[in-house]
Design a protein around this ligand. Sequence first.
Ligand code: BGC
Length: 395
Amino acid sequence: MTHTPMFAHAFKSPLLRFGIAAAAAGLLALSAQGANAQFKGPEYSTDVKNSSGRDLDVLQDEVKGYNDLFKNGKKFEEISAEAQVARMGAGINWGGYDGWWTGGKTTFNPDKDIPRMKAAGFTTLRVPLMAFHHIVDTKGDMDPKYLEKIDEVVAAAVKNNMDVILDEHDFDDCAKDTDACAVLLPNVWYDLSERYKSAPNNVIFELLNEPHGAIDDKVWNDWLSGLIGIVRQTNPKRNIIIGPVMWNSVDQLDKLKLPADDRHIIVTFHYYSPMEFTHQGASWVGGAIEQGRNVRWTGTPDQMAKLNADFDKAAAWGKANNRPIFLGEYGTYGKFNPNMDDRVAWTHAVSKAADDRGFARAYWYYSDGDGFGVYDPDKGQWVQPLLNALLPKGH
Ligand code: BGC
């Protein structure tokens, strides 16, 4: 297939202003301005200026709280990818879908919810970011108010001694239009890596959630070297998270090509198997799975054997390739699944499978009403059986 080589331009041509309006037309639900963003390659990377010509440090100074957080506060210290994964332990996802980011309907309050996660026993917060939708001008800059929101979440996590993953989560847009993604994704990483370059090592970057669709292994491996290069200009030692194609499938790990000399990479996979069980009723999956009802998972010998085989595969790959592993998403959709005992059994078995092999992990999802959530904001309480299944002390 043909695709836009994402970064060839950034490092080889003197200056490329790369408009993508045509590629984006009709395909992406991006903001009109975002879809017209221009590539920030060489001028940005060499001068450490953004494409509006303003010095980024000055820009950052303008942002309330930024200095306190990352410049005068805790400093970045190198930590190996292995040590980071050991520290990450049991994590939880919360982020970009929440109305909190856009001033929409929300119950989320970082100063309450993040301490609540920590008090329950979670040590890592993975934050999906729909950053493409917050690109506000044709130069590819992100809305400063949006960046402040990210600061706020990062600050609350750091304050609570949690690791915090900034996960670029525009994966569906990227799968539909690789040309647009080839511009927007590096733009986002130029901005985020510059902004958080002095942040403590609690902050980890995840380059793209679940590459799939038009992003096959060839495209992804090609993009990766460029994306890693962008981050490494400002964050040479920060740990970053990268997963394989096909929605971060364990079966695609073998196709992932990583720079052997970059030791600050954590490899991720997601686990929702069997989909017929975890996603029964899910409209976004469609087909028989959407129609599925009362599909059971009780931890039969066959079910456990499949689970262990999948996790052994991830562990073997990690060992052979000398990379620590992070299970970045796993969970069960509850709206059409009446069997809480099954959900608990699966959640416990998957959490334990990860813990037994030394993987860090993050449950999908903190709080989303009747979907996957382990915290019920309406009742103001944890869904206790699910929470028990998630925490190491329950194993
Ligand atoms: C997606 C969510 C989805 C979840 C489980 C995540 O990666 O962003 O929209 O609910 O996977 O399917």
